[in-house]
Design a protein around this ligand. Structure first.
Ligand code: GRG
Length: 341
């Protein structure tokens, strides 16, 4: 077990199931005590235990995914690892593994995709924080990549993480039928293209600076569907595919993730105005202090909370056919809007 995973386990054990601490302060994530299911299945489910079980595997796989074996790559690999191993809630990998487990108990089958998702997510954070975009100096409770390594290195580290994500899936899914692997790689490509993260970010840029009245709820939904929800969609889809799910199953899970992804962003906008920088591990009040249109600005805080709850209920409907089998994804959906950072 890596020193990181060991520390994680020690801290979490010390908290005696009150909450999970992931991973190092101040990138602390507290999952509110036992998450009791609010919907379909009758089983009580302890999300803390589930995450405690999965996180060390995820951290180990992430840590092992990048290594510099020649001196020439030492600096770029260090910059890539700095952000990849800086903590974070690991929501996308955990969603991916949970989706896989609905169809195959061996969650390791989905680990290459889980790692790739966190690489893509991390690269998007590195680039998002750059002076040319959000110009932020704090991420996951640490100085941002460009603050530590410089803008030039941060751009390259992001690019390299993106390329590495595909390579990682291609090289580590040997036990899978090739068509499944190809499907996952295709979906990952889609997730950061013009109809994914890059397109969502582009529309975000175009809307920035417009007065709130000129950006509609539909515009906001388009931005967040593509900037945020698409990656959660591919997280559950790739997990399910590598677990052997049918096309109909994948479609139901994607619908679930799309609504969860939108709820995630509504929750993110709420946290931006309700939490401190210390609690968030990134600059709080950023949306308020820029001309960005947000859900609380359009709907008010209570309206935004109601919208997040509506989206989560809508998401859960898609999983009704699975009963208790969907309990982890249902609990994760609750966590995503109940989280504190
Ligand atoms: C992918 C080619 C390509 C370019 C990137 C910069 C950019 C284009 C897109 C921005 C995507 C972005 C930063 C979306 C915000 C999503 C979001 C709410 C991130 C926070 O996710 P958490 O809360 O963070 O899961 P942790 O740190 O816990 O992982």
């Amino acid at each position: 077990m890596s020193p990181f995973a060991l520390r994680l386990l020690l801290v979490a054990t010390a908290t005696v199931n009150a909450f999970v601490v992931v991973p190092s302060k101040p990138t602390t994530v507290r999952l509110s005590a036992t998450v009791e299911k609010k919907t379909t299945a009758a089983t009580e489910f302890n999300l803390n235990e589930y995450i405690m079980d999965k996180l060390p595997h995820v951290e180990k796989a992430l840590d092992e995914s990048l290594a510099s074996d020649i001196p020439q790559t030492a600096r770029i690999v260090e910059a890539m690892k700095y952000s990849l191993m800086a903590g974070g809630k690991r929501i996308r990998p955990v969603l991916c593994l949970a989706a896989c487990e609905m169809f195959d108990e061996n969650f390791h089958k989905a680990m290459p995709a889980a790692v790739a998702l966190e690489m893509i997510h991390t690269m998007s954070l590195i680039h998002d924080d750059l002076p040319a975009l959000d110009n932020d100096d704090l991420r996951r409770g640490k100085p941002t990549n460009h603050v530590v390594y410089g803008e030039d290195v941060a751009i390259l580290a992001g690019d390299a993480l993106l390329a590495q994500s595909f390579l990682h899936v291609a090289e580590n899914c040997n036990d899978q039928p090739p068509e499944r692997v190809l499907d996952v790689i295709r979906r990952l490509g889609h997730a950061f293209g013009p109809k994914g993260l890059a397109g969502g970010q582009m529309m975000d840029l175009e809307c920035e600076g417009k007065p709130t009245g000129e950006v509609s709820l539909d515009d906001l939904r388009w931005i967040h569907t593509h900037k945020t929800a698409v990656l959660l969609e591919v997280a559950v889809a790739s997990g399910a595919i590598l677990g052997g799910a049918s096309a109909a199953d994948v479609e139901r899970l994607e619908k679930f993730a799309l609504n969860v992804g939108l709820a995630f962003q509504v929750a993110d906008d709420i946290l931006d105005v309700t939490q401190s920088t210390e609690e968030l591990g990134k600059t709080a009040g950023k949306d308020e202090n820029t001309d960005k249109t947000t859900y609380p600005k359009l709907l008010g805080l209570d309206g935004a909370r109601a919208e997040a709850e509506r989206l989560i209920q809508e998401a859960k409907k898609s999983l009704e056919p699975y009963g208790d089998k969907a309990v982890t994804l249902l609990a994760l959906a609750d966590f995503i809007i109940d989280r504190k950072n």
